[in-house]
Design a protein around this ligand. Structure first.
Ligand SMILES: Cc1cc2nc3c(=O)[nH]c(=O)nc-3n(C[C@H](O)[C@H](O)[C@H](O)COP(=O)(O)OP(=O)(O)OC[C@H]3O[C@@H](n4cnc5c(N)ncnc54)[C@H](O)[C@@H]3O)c2cc1C
Length: 468
């Protein structure tokens, strides 16, 4: 029986919140857990299948990741894979495609050769592919007209791995499995409150009082997995005031089927955002999707302009935010990149401009092949650290040390959902004295984990005093 009072309350049923729900229900003895979600179903925002790139990031072909970051992401990806392949509907959740990162020109090719030497001991399936080997996997990358392209190319990639995830289907699976587990244990309560928008949180007599538009919930512990909205909720409780959110929208373009798998391009080190890639959309057979672009937009949810006031509440523009933005704009490459991404949104010219970038991957692609993907692509809530005057990349977590955690999850937040949730589960369990079934967790999700460490959060953790 639900009583609006819980041991753990999770805000947001995207892939982060639903992964935490699943882990805490399945592997701890926490008795009562609720999820509050403002929409009518899980994963309607960034975890929606059409709003992200659907990539299971393993770290090998992401040239913006160092080896250290890559190995952390690899662990997170393995946890996700171990969960997904064991599900009865695995074929709706996780997918095998070839994947590669393509180097074009001497400099990029040299970089990939060096990367292969460093990374291949940790990634046994990774192969260095020359033009002919690339052509066997992705003929359209190598052929320009009826002959091989002239420029020097090389790729790093693998052909038989899980590389794509429908994060929306994964979120639904987590919720379903949590409910099934709770149904088998009459002493456990799992409540999911949809269509409930958390408007305000306060602390009363040591518990969290969470108010939605038509109900009030009390909880001993609270984890916000609400994307950019998490920072607003943290501010409500007096935490994270020295953080601001810079929302970076990503758009995509569709073409007819030209790629069999994922083809990433080499990252420009001067840019804070990943270079575009092309790949199949797991829900749109017969087409290839290219993107994402990177456009600063003053909203927290894509195509939802009612989140404009929410943006201004968390943006908190001041001298320090201005400095971070100014420092970004001072770099010529970033300035040009941001301007170009703005143009990518303007009908008529955007296709011409985007075509130029896509031809790095598919040289023979024609103007008429490109179609802007309307209502596709979400928003990455990048944090600005006002104290350090820097833009933070990757996920960020505010652990207040007093029973509440706030997660902000740009890419690769989908891949890291279970690893992030593991960290939060351990924090919450320690706080309320709950027990974790380590043996089962190890057996199910961490079988190939040789460096089992809970310090493996790959993003930024702000904890204790620093959180305020
Ligand atoms: C363009 C793009 C490409 C990406 N590509 C990849 C990729 O290839 N691989 C990868 O691993 N990651 C990728 N990501 C990142 C990934 O999509 C996100 O990290 C992940 O979906 C975040 O999940 P989440 O549950 O934290 O947030 P969300 O999925 O955004 O869920 C947040 C939930 O909180 C709810 N909520 C918000 N406020 C409230 C409130 N006040 N009350 C109640 N509920 C609330 C929302 O309705 C929503 O359901 C990409 C992101 C973008 C934008």
């Amino acid at each position: 029986m639900s009583s609006n009072q819980y041991d753990l309350l999770i805000i947001g049923a995207g892939v982060s919140g639903s992964a935490l729900l699943y882990l805490c229900t399945r592997y701890t003895n926490i008795k009562s857990i609720a999820v509050i979600e403002k929409y009518a179903a899980p994963a309607r925002v960034n975890s929606l299948s059409s709003n992200n790139s659907q990539t299971l990031h393993c770290g090998d072909i992401e040239t913006n990741y160092t080896l250290q970051k890559a190995l952390k992401v690899q662990r997170a990806a393995r946890m996700l894979r171990n969960y997904a392949v064991a599900q009865p509907d695995a074929h709706h959740i996780i997918f095998r495609y070839p994947k590669m990162v393509l180097g074009v020109g001497e400099k990029e090719c040299q970089l990939l050769i060096q990367r292969f030497e460093v990374f291949s001991p940790y990634y046994p399936n990774l192969k260095l592919l020359d033009k002919k080997a690339i052509a066997r996997i992705e003929p359209n990358v190598c052929i320009d007209g009826n002959r091989f392209r002239d420029d020097e190319i090389i790729a790093l990639g693998s052909t038989d791995e899980y590389t794509a995830v429908n994060f929306e289907a994964l979120s639904r699976s987590f919720v379903r499995q949590a409910q099934i587990t709770a149904a088998r244990h009459p002493d456990k309560i799992v409540d999911i409150h949809y269509n409930s928008n958390v408007e305000h949180i306060k602390i009363v007599n040591g518990s969290f009082l969470v108010e939605t538009q038509n109900a009030c919930y009390r909880a001993a512990t609270l984890v916000a997995c609400a994307g950019g909205h998490s920072l607003k909720l943290a501010h409500d409780l007096g935490y994270g005031h020295h953080y601001s959110v810079l929302p970076i929208a990503g758009s995509y373009y569709f073409t007819p089927h030209v790629l069999n798998g994922k083809v990433y391009t080499v990252q420009n080190d001067a840019l804070p955002f990943a270079a575009i890639h092309g790949d199949p959309d797991v829900l749109v057979p017969g087409e290839t999707r290219f993107g994402p672009t990177a456009l600063v937009l003053p909203i927290l949810e894509r195509y939802n302009y009612r989140t404009l006031p929410d943006f201004f509440r968390v943006f908190r523009f001041d001298r320090r935010v201005a400095k971070v933005l100014w420092d970004l704009l001072r770099v010529k490459d970033i300035r040009r990149y941001m301007f170009k991404n703005l143009l990518f949104e303007i009908p008529l010219i955007r296709k011409w401009l985007f075509l130029k970038d896509v031809r790095k991957i598919i040289p023979s692609l024609k103007f008429g092949d490109l179609r802007f993907a309307h209502k596709v692509g979400g928003i990455r809530p990048q944090l600005i650290d006002k104290n350090r005057c820097e833009l933070l990349m990757g996920e960020a977590k505010i652990n207040t040390g007093s029973g509440s955690i706030f997660n902000m999850t740009p890419s690769p937040g989908g891949t890291s959902c279970l690893e992030n949730a593991e960290i939060d589960m351990r924090t919450i369990a320690a706080y309320i004295g709950a027990v974790i079934d380590e043996e089962q967790l190890q057996q199910d999700l961490l079988v190939d984990d040789h460096m089992h460490s809970t310090d493996d959060f790959s993003g930024v953790v702000i904890s204790g005093d620093d959180a305020a």
